[in-house]
Design a binder for this molecule. Structure first.
Ligand SMILES: [Zn+2]
Length: 130
């Protein structure tokens, strides 16, 4: 990987980092009153709880991404030569994969093996990472 490529990924990572840290996490708004529906519908409560569950699981996901972004930035700084290499097998991670996820730690093969639990079909989708 060239210096220019690394610099490009660094910029991407910094932008991601700013987005993840600067922006408020997916908002959790308990008991938010919808102004267009004054009067309070009792059916709303379970929906609110569901929305909160979704929001908090989304936050956990975002935290995982942030951790990896921070880690990738540290790697670019401390051991730039290994940036873009799979931490498992050491192969170069495909450029397209890094474009989509500059914080990727593993190549497609190793990630696939990690995602697939032994003896069962994987439920995890690649889109979970976006
Ligand atoms: Zn690998």
């Amino acid at each position: 990987m060239t210096e220019a490529q690394r610099e490009k990924f660094k910029q991407k990572l910094l932008a991601l980092h700013a987005e993840l840290t600067g922006k408020a996490p997916a908002k959790i708004e308990p008991n938010r009153t919808d102004e267009s529906r004054v009067g309070g519908d009792e059916d709303e409560q379970p929906l609110n709880e569901m929305m909160q569950a979704i929001a908090s699981s989304r936050n956990r996901n975002m935290d995982g991404v942030l951790q990896r972004v921070v880690k990738a930035l540290g790697k670019l700084r401390d051991e730039p030569d290994s940036f873009g290499e799979c931490e498992e097998c050491g192969d170069a991670i495909l450029p397209g994969r890094l474009e989509a996820m500059p914080y990727a730690e593993f190549c497609v093969n190793c990630q696939g093996q990690k995602d697939a639990p032994k003896g069962g079909p994987t439920r995890r989708k690649l889109t979970d990472y976006t």
